[in-house]
Design a protein around this ligand. Structure first.
Ligand code: ADP
Ligand code: MG
Length: 448
């Protein structure tokens, strides 16, 4: 479908012309007409498929064509889980609004609250925000949402993972009137937590799903290697990073401290690299992302703050130095490459302590990865066998059962000691999490 066939306001067509796009992607072709018809929407499609324009363009159309419900309140609020993504979406919105009279602001944690208050007093038409900070302003009565026409949640599932459910509800309650329209977008929306909050926030939503979260992304080649321990992972990462042509790469780690540690190691291999995590000051985070986006260094070492939404065309490789605890994050992390039709490679290093997460990812993707081996980097570790299911519970008290701690076989303890240096925990408990882990602490990195 061509952009000129949607019936957009001419100003929108001019902006799209500036971007150089003629043909809508599939998610755009299917989601835009639903959104323009004023319906609530739950929309999902693979990473890099153009979801941002799928919600920004109908938002613009509505603001251009319809009379505002309120003179002062924002007309469109776009919520995203991380500051990096907020900045990117805001940048795209500003480009689209460049020659119009409509205004937009960015509200996110880590930046001056009073400055944000002042920009809210100018009654912007669009707000791009991380949920926690917007709620802070709502509580202070710096902003009112009674006139809000369109609430958009990008990466809605990740906002839930980060513990923003209450913030999302507070924003919903502040804008709870019949004329409001709500749109949810993500590559991964198919889980029960999202359905539950969607029931609260959306009114009889249309569902547009282009493929499934677990569908294979044909532009991304997946490579999986087994590793014995941290040294093994580092040696393999060096081989993979130094031994091939890489435009730019993102290396994901489980912890904030590992981003710093690993980027120092990568620098010692002669590559230009920087660490990104939620402990850094906002200006440091901005600087790092800006210079990475400009191609000023090669390897970004990051926690999951960079897993969602970031669109940098020259990311040719993604490395999972540790596997993510939540299977969906695998889709988002590896989706930082292979965007907008480009090809990319994703490498996952699976040690004993990644095994449970690895199996959960395979189950989520409904796929079995083939394990690759490079000469000289073979692993002794071959995966863990799940323990036999426990026998039926016998109610009779057992007379001579040794305490659990004494029952460990010496072999297993030795194995555990050998893998001790990996930071994640719990490889000998072979158990897939029964429920999604929604604790922000566990995720290691958080935005507000
Ligand atoms: P998603 O949110 O689905 O991961 P984005 O909205 O970030 O994807 O878009 C990915 C890339 O595709 C961006 O660089 C964007 O400019 C580009 N893009 C969006 N729409 C089109 C289109 N219709 N034709 C070509 N490229 C597009
Ligand atoms: Mg996106």
């Amino acid at each position: 479908m061509l952009f000129k066939e949607f019936g957009f306001d001419n100003r929108i067509l001019t902006s799209i012309g500036h971007l150089g796009f003629d043909v809508a992607t599939e998610i755009q072709a299917r989601a835009i007409p639903e959104a323009m018809a004023g319906r609530d929407l739950l929309a999902s499609s693979k990473t890099g498929s153009g979801k941002t324009l799928a919600y920004l363009l109908p938002a613009l159309h509505r603001v251009y064509k319809k009379k505002a419900l309120s003179k002062r309140d924002p007309r469109v609020v776009i919520l995203v889980p991380t500051r990096e993504l907020a900045k990117q979406v805001y940048g795209q919105l500003r480009l689209l609004l460049a020659s119009s009279r409509f205004t937009s602001i960015l509200i996110q944690g880590g930046e001056n609250f009073n400055d944000q208050h002042k920009s809210l007093q100018k009654d912007p038409h669009f707000i791009v925000a991380t949920p926690g900070r917007l709620v802070d302003h709502l509580k202070q009565r710096h902003v009112f949402l009674e006139g809000l026409e369109l609430l958009i949640l990008d990466e809605a599932d990740r906002m839930l993972d980060l513990g923003f459910a209450d913030a999302m509800r507070a924003i919903n309650d502040a804008a709870n009137h019949r004329q409001r329209q709500t749109l949810f977008f993500s590559a991964t929306l198919d889980n029960t937590d999202v359905s539950a909050i969607a029931n609260e926030l959306l009114r009889e939503p249309s569902r547009v799903a282009v493929g499934q979260g677990f569908d294979e992304h044909t532009d991304i080649s997946q490579h999986v290697f087994l590793c014995d321990h941290l040294d093994h992972k580092e040696a393999l990462l060096k081989h993979l990073l130094v031994g091939q042509t890489i435009k730019q790469a993102i290396v994901f780690t489980a912890t904030k401290s590992d981003t710093v540690r690993l980027s120092e190691i990568i620098a010692s291999w002669g590559l230009s690299t920087q660490a990104l995590n939620g402990n850094l000051s906002q200006s440091a985070r901005n600087k790092t992302m800006e210079s990475f986006a400009k191609g000023q260094f090669d390897v970004l070492v990051s926690t999951d703050v960079a897993s969602r939404g970031l669109d940098i065309a020259s990311v040719s490789h993604v490395f999972n130095f540790d596997l993510p605890k939540q299977a969906e994050e695998f889709v988002h992390r590896t989706g930082r490459t292979g965007r907008a039709g480009f090809k990319g490679d994703a490498y996952s290093l699976v040690g004993p302590k990644d095994w449970v997460n690895f199996k959960a990812i395979e189950a989520y993707l409904q796929k079995t990865f083939s394990i690759e081996v490079i000469d000289g980097f073979e692993a002794k570790f071959k995966g863990l066998v799940p323990p036999k299911p426990a026998r039926a519970i016998n109610n009779k008290p057992k007379a001579k059962t040794a305490p659990k701690s004494q029952k460990k076989s010496p072999k297993k303890s030795a194995a555990k000691a050998r893998f001790h240096d990996n930071q994640q925990d719990g490889f000998d408990a072979f158990k897939l999490p029964a429920k999604r882990n929604t604790s922000a602490v566990d995720l290691g990195d958080e935005d507000e």
